[in-house]
Design a protein around this ligand. Structure first.
Ligand SMILES: *[C@@H]1O[C@H](CO)[C@@H](O)[C@H](O)[C@H]1NC(C)=O
Ligand SMILES: *[C@@H]1O[C@H](CO)[C@@H](O)[C@H](O)[C@H]1NC(C)=O
Ligand SMILES: *[C@@H]1O[C@H](CO)[C@@H](O)[C@H](O)[C@H]1NC(C)=O
Ligand SMILES: *[C@@H]1O[C@H](CO)[C@@H](O)[C@H](O)[C@H]1NC(C)=O
Ligand SMILES: *[C@@H]1O[C@H](CO)[C@@H](O)[C@H](O)[C@H]1NC(C)=O
Ligand SMILES: *[C@@H]1O[C@H](CO)[C@@H](O)[C@H](O)[C@H]1NC(C)=O
Length: 343
């Protein structure tokens, strides 16, 4: 095949190799799948409950099997044995009166106690001298007791720091916090101690007001504290959190209004500028004629000069003036102009 002769990329397996691997896997898997396995159901047991130590894939050649406490086959550790040929059982030194052995290999352990936690070993004898031992563990837990929340006060001012502690008498527990009945989502203002027993909120904010609970659990049980109602008094110098919908809406409206204002201003200035340009053109058109009039000895009409000076003034002031207030200024300019004219 071309594929096998082609240079292999990293991780690529040639077809022949793959086939060989598959065959080997099938060969090795058949005895593996028939191997004896043991399992504790459940692995974590509540104190006083039962656990079944199950055996899977017992061979047909089985003759005798044993259960031991611990991981060694010491006689003193034998709990019980079962003899297949006679379908009978017998107990060993480690039998506590709470264990029952079954033909299918299982050992039922009833009313477990803390000190039953540990390793148990299954051993068997078969006709073909295949005598494996298999071990398992199970763990007995006391049900947890309800925890309680310790807090200095339930009323705080915004920006103060708050520390909630989950008090529990139990060991081997994990702790989680609830806020208004939901798993607490940690914000960057919140911190948990290493084992979650203390929740610190610094600085506290008005939106942290609400019902806090802590929940302790182990593999067999969980209990919640009584809820603590935290009341955070808003600080008037603090806006409500930037995350509130109202605040976002406000910011958006503000931005839109700002942009509209700038656009309006730009529009206004542009047209003012265009208008000014028109003034300038008018002025430059007038100027030569004005010069002509003034320089020409025959044409010295005061009205025309007045008109031109008024234009200049109007441009420099950039503001139309009422004729009354404008009248003195043209006269002043007229006077200056007259002086220039004289030179
Ligand atoms: C042995 O078998 C008897 C009769 O079936 C049963 O009552 C007893 O609980 C068994 N003992 C053990 C340790 O399994
Ligand atoms: C073995 O027998 C016990 C008691 O009858 C039963 O509860 C258990 O499920 C059986 N185990 C298996 C692996 O079949
Ligand atoms: C396990 O604890 C119980 C009481 O809790 C006690 O009676 C028993 O002797 C203890 N067993 C062992 C093996 O220590
Ligand atoms: C809790 O805080 C409030 C407000 O700061 C205060 O008035 C009250 O006395 C405090 N209560 C306790 C028990 O410290
Ligand atoms: C602490 O709490 C978080 C979730 O709030 C959880 O994922 C984690 O397992 C907890 N750790 C312990 C030690 O309880
Ligand atoms: C959590 O850790 C603190 C300090 O390390 C300890 O005092 C407390 O007992 C622990 N709580 C639990 C439930 O493990």
């Amino acid at each position: 095949m071309e594929l096998t002769s082609a240079p292999l990329h990293k991780g690529q397996v040639p077809w022949r190799g793959l086939l060989l691997a598959a065959l080997l896997l099938a060969y090795w898997n058949s005895p593996v799948s028939a191997q004896v396995t043991v399992e504790a159901v459940p692995t974590h047991v509540a104190e006083g409950a039962n656990v079944l130590l199950q055996v899977h894939n017992l061979p047909t050649t089985l003759q005798v099997f044993y259960w031991y406490k611990g991981d060694t086959l010491a006689d003193s550790n034998e709990i019980a044995r079962f003899i297949i040929s006679s379908s009978t059982n017998s107990t060993g030194p480690a039998h506590t009166g709470r264990e029952t052995i079954y033909q299918n290999g299982s050992l039922l352990f009833q009313n477990v106690m803390q000190n039953d936690t540990g390793t148990y070993t299954f051993h068997m004898l078969t006709a073909n001298f295949d005598n494996p031992t298999k071990s398992l563990q199970f763990y007995v837990h006391e049900p947890v007791t309800p925890p309680s929340i310790q807090v200095a006060n339930t009323t705080f001012k915004e920006l103060e720091s708050v520390s909630l502690t989950c008090d529990s008498q139990d060991i081997g527990i994990s702790i989680r916090w609830l806020f208004n009945g939901q798993s607490l989502g940690l914000t960057d203002r919140m911190k948990l101690s290493e084992n979650n027993s203390t929740l610190s909120i610094d600085p506290v904010r008005r939106e942290d007001s609400g019902k806090y609970e802590c929940e302790v659990s182990n593999p067999v049980s969980s209990e919640r504290s009584n809820p603590i109602q935290l009341n955070i008094i808003p600080d008037p110098t603090q806006g409500s959190s930037g995350l509130s919908a109202g605040a976002i809406a406000g910011i958006v409206v503000g931005c839109v209004a700002g942009v509209a204002l700038i656009a309006a201003l730009a529009y206004f200035l542009y047209f003012r500028k265009t208008g000014r340009g028109t003034d300038q053109r008018e002025l430059t058109e007038h100027k030569p004629s004005a010069s002509n009039h003034n320089l020409g000895p025959s044409d010295s009409s005061p009205n025309k000069v007045n008109e031109v000076t008024y234009s200049v003034l109007d441009f420099s002031a950039q503001r139309p003036r009422p004729p009354d207030s404008a009248s003195p200024s043209p006269r002043a300019i007229e006077a200056v102009y007259s002086e220039v004219k004289k030179k």
